[in-house]
Unconditional design. Structure first.
Length: 467
């Protein structure tokens, strides 16, 4: 009996391995690795499975750079590879993870100068997927160990020529159009099939990838349909990939990489949520957030998270959830979202989305840059709301200088019945709350006075309390 249980558990374990799916990004850490002719398996954050490795070329320059939004790209930190000047490779690889004969890979990528711009005329970037020692040594690729090979050649006017390696030859004939250019960020998805049968999947409509072929999708468009594999033996496992850069005069060329998903099978539908834009507008003390998705799989929704640094503060607070926006679940349509963050005080703010699927998995999308809410430039006091109140109400006011503020409530005879604010305030936006629980229903007045830096403002409003 025990023997049969062990056999069943063994096969269950093998099934779990064969259905492995994981996500690898680079967290928030930063750093540079640039020691010539050396390699490291500890420079990058540890991946969820397998071994991550970087290797710097033999005295031909270049580096590996963990950067946190030095340009607007990916989520939080990303990896920037600076190319070697010659053919000694600067290589980033991840190898010996759970093997399978079919796989799906997704990542974001950008080509260009160190600032992400389209100004580089020499350099060659490569992506190889396969199995073998070339994924963990210091040499370039070995065709017999590669299933899928892509080459990206930098050219004039910000161009990128994309080729695939069919057998032992670089080719472009089956690539549709010009998938990439310098200075732009792209979402790339690759479906590889080294098995003996055709694999079907859904991407907007029904798709398939034949044995010994792979499909290339860029920003949701099929750019390579049934591209031939390189020279990896038929019907063997795939368990490694690598990016590298070579042949760039003055080490000018760069490749930016982030948000890497892997599934060691053909994904039945596109891998999770693809965010195509995330932007904002500012209106006085209100920030409006806007984002767009071009596909959603199993998407529960988005936590809106914010961290702030008020004026005169030493640093930013930690991330805090301020709201949740429900997702569309499964969708291949373009979906637009927005959220309004009202009533902010002056200072600096950062925002991010925490996209959560129905299984509890999540990933982050950062709004680029820091948002600044300026101090008010004029005095303002508003009508209380709600009005009439029962029994609580709020009063917004702003002062353009540091000074003393008094906010007092009077009954209809002019008798003072409550002091809401009485003290020193810095120039900023404020909301005061009045609780009339101990007062009778009726008409009341509140007066606000601000005095400082040789200026004085006074305003009086009528409010109604109904119980």
């Amino acid at each position: 009996m025990v023997r049969y249980v062990l056999i069943i558990l063994f096969f269950l374990f093998q099934t779990i391995l064969l259905q492995s799916q994981w996500y690898y990004n680079f967290g928030t850490s930063t750093g540079v690795y640039n020691t010539p002719n050396t390699a490291s398996t500890t420079f990058l954050p540890a991946p969820p499975i397998g071994t991550a490795r970087v290797r710097v070329s033999n005295a031909q320059g270049g580096s590996f750079n963990m950067e946190n939004q030095s340009i607007s790209f990916g989520s939080e930190s990303y990896l920037r590879i600076v190319f070697a000047t010659g053919t000694s490779v600067n290589k980033f690889s991840l190898y010996d993870y759970t093997p399978a004969k079919t796989m799906t890979m997704r990542f974001t990528v950008r080509f260009g100068a160190s600032d992400g711009s389209a100004s580089v005329s020499s350099g060659e970037a490569y992506l190889f997927i396969g199995d073998g020692v070339s994924f963990s040594d210091n040499a370039g690729f070995s065709g017999g160990q590669v299933f899928a090979g892509l080459q990206f050649v930098f050219g004039s006017s910000g161009s990128i020529t994309t080729s695939y390696r069919g057998g032992s030859v670089w080719q472009t004939s089956l690539i549709s159009g010009t998938p990439f250019a310098q200075g732009n960020s792209y979402l790339v998805e690759i479906y590889c099939n080294n098995s003996t049968i055709t694999e079907n999947y859904t991407y907007v409509t029904a798709q398939s990838v034949a044995p010994n072929k792979f499909d290339l999708w860029v920003d949701g468009v099929l750019k390579g349909d049934d591209l031939p594999k390189t020279a990896l033996t038929d019907n063997v496992n795939i368990d490694s990939w690598m990016f590298y850069g070579i042949n760039s005069l003055s080490n000018a060329a760069n490749i930016f990489i982030d948000d890497i998903y892997w599934q060691n099978s053909i994904a039945s539908s596109p891998l999770p949520v693809v965010l195509s834009s995330f932007s904002h507008t500012i209106n006085n003390r209100t920030v409006n957030l806007y984002w767009q998705t071009i596909q959603e799989i199993n998407n529960s929704g988005f936590d809106i998270e914010r961290k702030s640094k008020p004026n005169n503060s030493a640093g930013f607070s930690g991330w805090q959830k301020i709201n949740f926006v429900r997702g569309r679940g499964n969708s291949t349509d373009i979906n637009n979202y927005e959220f309004t963050d009202n009533g902010l005080t002056s200072g600096e703010y950062m925002y991010r989305l925490k996209q959560i699927d129905f299984n509890g998995n999540y990933e982050y999308f950062n709004l680029p840059g820091v948002i600044i809410i300026q101090k008010p430039v004029e005095f303002f006091a508003g009508q209380n709301y709600p009005n009439p109140s029962n029994p609580k109400t709020k009063i917004d006011y702003q002062i353009p200088f540091d000074g003393n503020v008094s906010l007092r409530v009077y009954d209809i005879s002019g008798k003072e019945v409550s002091i809401i604010v009485d003290g020193f305030k810095q120039a900023d936006y404020y909301t005061a709350e009045f609780d009339g629980s101990n007062l009778a229903s009726g008409v009341y007045f509140y007066r606000i006075t601000a005095d400082g830096e040789g200026l004085k403002f006074t305003k009086t409003f009528k409010m109604i309390l109904l119980k």
